[in-house]
Design a protein around this ligand. Structure first.
Ligand code: ZN
Length: 502
């Protein structure tokens, strides 16, 4: 089906109700793999980070990574889940060359965390509760590279390369209950959920959750049912969607595609789908296996996991402030609107602003620089705000120089430009570039006198009471001092000289 065959989004929603299920895989930031001591660092040569256990060699025995379990419990607690008193790993049996053991060690009917929820905020400020079915522990597979074809997929390839460095890296899979009642906002809910989950994972410190690096990926399961119907329709599973925008687009496309198939009397096939970034479409993958095809059974080589209640309660007590609660607190402290806070979040500016305030800057100044000049430069450079070569402490120092009158706005911008260009700290840039407000009253007075002499007609107007005309003289003085005068002081001096009251 091509994009042009789709039913329009509005028409689809007029007839059908979408039901979604979101499965998010998070790669944990542990130092070692889930069941062996191999490093999780992926910068080495192919197959260099492997051992008999993660290569599935006969007789090799797995051992559970304690930090992996701890991270799973933290995620479960932050999602308001119940934490199992006793649970087991299970073997999910299937053959694929990137999985050398012939089974994936996962959890099946005994997940470590279950029955939770995550509240997500939509663009209009409304809060939507997404219920969590479960969060379970499992391991990643290796990586296949198909060589010789045009698309990089296995079809058309002459041969495939296998790298098992990723095999056995800890994953937490977080599965929602069916998300109903979102209607036309289903794609927005999907995006907001993944965004909120990502913030949560980062706040817990269990993963950097970089979607572009595959550390967090989302399967978007979607079905339609006629409006008012109880029974769910057949679902499709769009696999491994790896950006927030793509999650939204994939859900939207599938709504339109399902509607087109159903409206023309067709049936939806339960299958996996691939998402295509270029045009936002999905195409068929494989027919989806049912759980029974995997012949799940309890993993005999691993002891059950029975986290002590004292441990769970200790982790609960140590949970950081959750992102949505923190954002609401900061929004009130900073006195900004929901909309502004959303922009700050989208720009990745929450932490830089907080750190700048912690380094001594007033909240409004910290916000002004990060959301203004610095956001603009990050945008131009196509980098994250946090990746700019300037620290929150340096931004705070610029704010301090402005507050004490050493810099005005224009000079502060030049100082920031210098820091970003690698010219050193704000103080070093100010010294090297000679960026300081001219505060020498004698020099300023001379510049003011010259401006008055050169603009006699304007000076007469001001003497006659047209205070508004003073702007032109201030401009002339600022120009003469190359922007390095304090404009407010210049204005005072002009009005003083001409006997006008400001
Ligand atoms: Zn290993």
């Amino acid at each position: 089906m091509t994009v042009t065959d789709l039913v329009s989004y509005d028409d689809a929603l007029a007839t059908y109700d979408p039901v979604m299920g979101l499965e998010v895989h998070v790669e944990l930031g542990t130092k070692t793999k889930m069941f062996c001591g191999c490093s999780t660092e992926l910068k080495q040569d192919a197959n260099s980070q492997t051992c008999p256990t993660c290569l599935g060699l006969p007789g090799a025995l797995p051992v559970v990574n304690e930090i992996g379990v701890e991270s799973a419990i933290k995620i479960g607690l932050a999602l308001h889940c119940e934490i199992a008193e006793w649970c087991r790993f299970a073997r999910k049996n299937y053959f694929y060359p990137d999985m050398p053991k012939n089974f994936q060690t996962s959890q099946y009917d005994e997940p470590i965390a279950y029955n939770g929820y995550l509240d997500v905020q939509l663009e209009d400020g409304e809060v939507f509760r997404v219920e969590i079915e479960r969060a379970h522990m499992e391991e990643d597979t290796g990586k296949s590279t198909h060589v010789g074809g045009a698309t990089g997929r296995i079809h058309g390839a002459s041969h495939s390369l296998l790298d098992y460095n990723r095999a056995g890296i800890p994953l937490i899979e977080i599965v929602t209950k069916p998300i109903e009642g979102a209607g036309e906002r289903a794609p927005e809910v999907a995006k907001a959920y993944v965004a909120e989950l990502r913030e949560l994972i980062k706040a817990l410190g269990v993963s950097e959750a970089r979607m572009e690096q595959g550390q967090m990926r989302c399967d978007v399961n979607l079905s339609l049912r006629p409006k008012g119907a109880e029974k769910f329709g057949t679902r499709s599973e769009t696999k491994n969607v790896n950006s927030l925008r793509s999650v939204e687009r994939a859900a939207r496309f599938e709504i339109q595609r399902h509607a087109a198939v159903l409206s023309s009397g067709g049936t939806i096939v339960q299958e996996t789908r691939h998402f295509h970034e270029e045009d936002g479409s999905t195409t068929a993958g494989r027919i989806k296996d049912n759980a029974e095809d995997y012949r799940y059974f309890p993993e005999p080589d691993l002891v059950p996991v029975a986290p002590a209640r004292e441990w769970v309660e200790k982790l609960r007590a140590e949970l950081p402030e959750l992102p949505r609660v923190r954002r609401n607190r900061l929004r009130e402290e900073w006195g900004v609107t929901e909309h502004d806070m959303q922009s700050i979040l989208n720009a990745g500016a929450v932490d830089p602003i907080v750190q700048t305030i912690d380094a001594g800057a007033p909240a409004d100044q910290a916000r002004k620089w990060w959301m203004g000049e610095l956001a603009r430069r990050a945008n131009e450079g196509g980098v994250d705000l946090a990746a700019l070569p300037i620290t929150p402490a340096q931004v705070a120092r610029v704010c301090a120089l402005v507050a004490e009158g050493s810099l005005n706005d224009k000079l502060a911008r030049q100082t920031i430009e210098g820091v970003l260009a690698g010219e050193g700290s704000p103080d070093e840039v100010v010294a090297a570039r000679g960026l300081a407000v001219v505060s020498d009253e004698g020099a300023l007075g001379t510049a003011v006198d010259e401006a008055i002499a050169a603009n006699a007609a304007i000076a007469d107007k001001i003497r006659a009471g047209k205070i508004a005309a003073a702007g032109a003289l201030v401009g002339a003085v600022m120009k003469a001092t190359r922007g390095q005068a304090d404009a407010a002081r210049v204005r005072e001096l002009i009005l003083e000289r001409l006997g006008a009251e400001g």
